[in-house]
Design a protein. Structure first.
Length: 109
């Protein structure tokens, strides 16, 4: 403190800078969107869904579809809660409209 200066002489914003603790914002949890295998949904439809709703290239979509087919499920993307929820709903609606039993779920990463 400069000689002759009292606490009441300091500007308020300086006090705020000294007193306020710095808080870190936590990143929101992310969610994996999972596509599950079934024996009825055509592979071409799964590829179409992956290209259309997850913006995958044809090659990426085929690779993921084959993983779903061989392993029973695959992670098709990781998103915030709201985006993951929307993607799952879009997949389920598209499958329902085409009368396919394709299932899609989400789980916390």
């Amino acid at each position: 403190m400069a000689h002759g200066m009292t606490n009441s002489d300091r500007p308020d914003d300086q006090v705020d800078l000294v007193v306020k603790p710095r808080t870190r914002t936590q990143r929101p949890p992310m969610y994996k969107v999972l596509m599950l295998n079934d024996d009825f949904t055509p592979m071409e439809f799964v590829v179409h869904v992956l290209e259309r709703l997850f913006n995958m290239t044809h090659a990426q979509a085929i690779e993921i579809m084959l993983t779903v087919h061989r392993k029973g499920l695959a992670v098709v993307g990781v998103f915030s809660h709201e985006v993951a929820e929307t993607k799952v709903a879009q997949v389920m609606e598209l499958a329902r409209r085409q009368q396919h039993p394709l299932q899609c779920t989400m789980e916390k990463e």
